[in-house]
Ligand binder design. Sequence first.
Ligand code: SF4
Ligand code: SF4
Length: 193
Amino acid sequence: MKGRQAVLEVILRQVEEVVGASGSGLRELRTLARETADAVEAISPGIERHTAAVCPGCQQVCCANRHCYHEYADIVYLCSLGERPPAYREGAVDTDPCQFLGEKGCLLRRSRRPHRCNWFFCTPLLEHVLESSARDYRVLIAALGEINGKRRALLHAFGAAMRARGRDPGDLQRFSDEIFFRYEKGRDKFDIL
Ligand code: SF4
Ligand code: SF4
């Protein structure tokens, strides 16, 4: 394992350690993570009605492999659910189709995808939602806001658990941001390793 995957593994180990040692705080983490997952799954059928209409004709499919890696906040969320990110394929090329893209779309449940995947709506898709039903559009935007609020609350609770162990959650956030930022620039070495 090397590069980005190795760094994400380091973050995963640290997050699992904190979640595992969070004691009575674990219930709050679990509750917030489950509420987040439920909120994401709740919007899935509505989104799929629109992707089924728009995506089959797409000439520039957005699911490139570089988008499939779970960052710090996703890892906190999955570990709080009592799960782990999926195993990534070694040597997958960033610009190839996503390793989790199947014939009928993403193979990961919507609530287990990186948040960036669930947050992304291309213009044709968003226009399709809006043109189909202004009400559906408003409901979707409100639901996305609610999901973001729950994720923020979860990260806040996790941050408190980390600080209780004398550690700064900002370190993992910066570490994660730097991985993706550096990869944007085509680098493949990380000083922290
Ligand atoms: S979401 Fe938009 S960019 Fe992605 S596959 Fe569908 S139509 Fe294409
Ligand atoms: S939605 Fe699924 S298939 Fe698309 S980039 Fe994200 S993980 Fe990959």
